[in-house]
Design a protein around this ligand. Structure first.
Ligand code: COA
Length: 185
């Protein structure tokens, strides 16, 4: 594994050609086990998902992070489907094991939160995280997420029903419209 210690993190939008990198990252048990993904990810499925975000009016946002020219992490925002929850998006994030602990997750989180806050009309970002995933929980707390509760036996993980925390971040400065005053009739 190359030494990335001095390399800056580049964050950019994911493209369909990154599908093989998603499969490499998501194929690691310590990564898919902590997400809601499954073993043996499909490159075809990832290519289709990444192609989908190029459709006109697509609302999902997938980012990748590169270190030294290699894709080492990804993060996505997926708007809630209900009309009354148009201010809500779900967040997912992962960094390949060899690149963890070097600021890649923080860089991806910062990029997604500023996109959500400044451009996407997202006022609430929500997620679930396994209760023993301390590194992810610390990253979310540092990024302004708060604990909202615990779901018991939420998902099967390697043969065991595991608990998750629900966490969410509300927009720190919800935008206000500065309309010009209407002239009196
Ligand atoms: C959770 C996850 C995304 C964090 O990514 P990461 O790249 O390791 O995160 P960071 O490097 O930004 O932060 C992790 C630690 O490295 C430290 N760090 C080291 N160098 C750093 C740098 N240059 N800049 C910022 N932080 C740095 C941070 O302080 C942080 O310390 P802490 O965990 O003790 O608080 C990653 O561990 C992961 O993908 N895990 C598997 C999948 C997963 O659990 N996803 C979340 C599901 S809810």
């Amino acid at each position: 594994m190359p030494d990335f210690s001095a390399a800056p993190v580049l964050v950019r939008r994911a493209r369909p050609a990154d599908a093989a990198d998603f499969v490499r990252m998501m194929g690691r048990p310590e990564v898919y086990g902590n997400l809601m993904q499954l073993p043996m990810p499909s490159e075809e499925m990832w290519r289709k998902r990444l192609e989908g975000q190029a459709e006109p009016h697509a609302v999902d946002m997938h980012l990748v992070a590169e270190l030294g020219g290699r894709v080492v992490g990804s993060a996505g925002l997926h708007p809630a489907p209900q009309l009354r929850r148009r201010h809500v998006a779900m967040l997912g994030i992962s960094v390949e094991p060899a690149a963890q602990g070097q600021g890649v997750g923080s860089a991806l989180m910062q990029a997604l939160c500023s996109y959500a806050d400044g451009w996407a009309q997202i006022l609430r970002i929500e997620l679930t995280v396994f209760t023993d995933n301390n590194r992810a929980i610390r990253l979310y707390e540092r990024s302004g997420f708060r604990h909202e509760g615990t779901h018991r036996a939420y998902a099967l993980r390697d043969g065991v029903f595991a608990d998750v925390h629900a966490m969410a971040r509300l927009h720190p400065r919800p935008p206000l419209a500065a309309w010009p005053a209407e002239p009196a009739p």
